[in-house]
Structure formats: structure tokens, C-alpha cells
Design a protein around this ligand. Sequence first.
Ligand code: SF4
Length: 320
Amino acid sequence: MSLLEVKGLKKYYPLPPEHLFGKKRFVKALDGVSFTLERGETLGLVGESGCGKSTLGRALVRLEEPTAGEVILNGEDMLSLKGTALRKKRGAFQMIFQDPYGSLNPRMTIFSTLEEPLLLHTDLNAAERAEQVAKLMQMVGLDPKLSDRYPHQFSGGQRQRIGIARALAVNPDFIVADEPVSALDVSVQAAIVNLLGDLQKDRNFGMIFIAHDLAVVEHIADRIMVMYLGKTVEVAPAEELCRNPKHPYSKALLSAVPGLHPDGKERIVLQGDVPSPLNPPSGCRFHPRCPACMPVCKEKEPEMKAVPGCPSCSCACHLI
Ligand code: SF4
């Protein structure tokens, strides 16, 4: 049994009709996404802005209420949990945010910030909580003597370390790291990515790592999932996807990353912008921008299917 099994997850945002008797309209930010995540595995999520990767991350930790689908964690249906049952379970799935400053309460000391999840999700007494806060600070490379300070007294990299400590305080089964290094100086990005990787080896949690920087994702992820306009278009082991992408969109994304050009080929420049998820193109959603578009692509939506010769790869494209 996989740690996490996501089936047909959808998130539609309703919009008012265009006129009084008009049809209901929806922005389909996530439109039937399915995948699995194993314990100790990192799944990298990539795609242009607006592809649904952040919505997916937020839906998995219930910061957004999905419209449909299933999220099964350790065999238990997470989406059926409500109220107290959901609050009790929240320790099992945590999120690390892009902006480490915005995600920390500026009026709370670091001690209170790290103690809060322990108060909510454990029965530890005050002395045990203090000991645990000190351990958490050490775990992320911070001096526990600094726990009486406030977030503004730390650098961006240190604040992200505090965000990681808070997310791991109650030993979650999986975490969603949403662009955790993109707001940080390049000089500290590698240290934070390596810290996350080391902590994962120690604690064996599953991780969804969302980033627009494919070079960072390739470094940390075991598998990579490429999303386009609310759908998954390709999933493959990280090395395979970076070396030999199958989907024309993955090829274009990779061709834009210096040092990751598949087969040393030229950069593929996609025409036009990502279409609106309010009115996605017919057939394959990528067809208006696809350099390999065929007549069938405009009419028939390609399904995710196994790639011949690569059993752990799947792709949604009529060329496969
Ligand atoms: Fe391109 Fe057609 Fe494949 Fe879509 S299905 S990615 S349009 S070739």
C-alpha cells in the first residue's frame, strides 16, 4: 500500500454567470489529478504558473477544499474527515511555505511558534515541550538559545529553517514544500534543499516538492510530475524525465534549463501563453502551443498511459 494515493482530484472555483440566465462557470484549477507517493519518496511537481501545482499542494493539506476526488493516506480517506477528526489528523500532513517570513507569526517568539503544534497534537508536559523545541532547533541547525527571539531577528534562510522545524514538529507522514527556496538567496538555497533531503532520510516522510526551477527539483526529487493547465501530462523517475522527456511540454520546459537540455538539443520556444483554465482548449489542452500537434489532438483528450519500454513512466500524449 502506498503512503499516499490521490485519485481524480479536482478543484473548481465557481464564477458568476456572464448574464442573468447564463450557465454556471468554473475555473478548473485542478481537473482530475491522480498519483501515488511512497514513504521516504520525494515527488517533484513542475509546470508554469497557473498549471495547478500550488492548488494541488494546498488541496492535499486541506488548505483548499477539493471539489472531487480521493486522498488516501495510509489507507484512510482524508477527504471524509471533518471538524475535530480533521483537526486531530492535521499533524500527519504539513506544509512548508514559499515565504518563510509571511508564514511565521511576527508576534510569536520562535519558542511559541515551535511549541504550538506540540500543544495541539501531543500530550507532552511543559518541560517535555521545552526539550522538544530545543531538539527541533538543533535539528535544523539553529542554536536553541535563540528561541526567545522573534522572526524578524532571523535571516530568510534561518526563517525557512524555523518553518521546516515547525512542519516536522509532530512527525508528519508527508509534507508539501511549496517553492520552499524560491524566496531565498541563491547562496542559501542549496543548504535548505540539502537540509530537507537529510531530514527526509532520517525521518522517512513522503514529500511533495513544488518548484518552478527544474534544476532544484532534479536534485531532490525521486520522481517528477509535470502539470499543464490543471492536468498531469507526464510522470517519470527524475533522471529519466530530465534526460529523456517524452511529452512535448516536458521537452520544452527542460530545453529552457541551462545544463539540463535533453540530448543537448536547442531550446524549444513555446508560442503563446498558457490558455485560461476557465475555457481550456478542446482535446489535448496543450495543442494550441504544441509543435507536434496532429488533427486528433484537437478533438480527443489523451489519457495518461504507461510509456512502452519505461514501466515507471507515464505520459498523456497521442504520440506515445
Ligand atoms: Fe502535442 Fe498532440 Fe501530444 Fe498534445 S497529444 S502534446 S498536442 S502531440
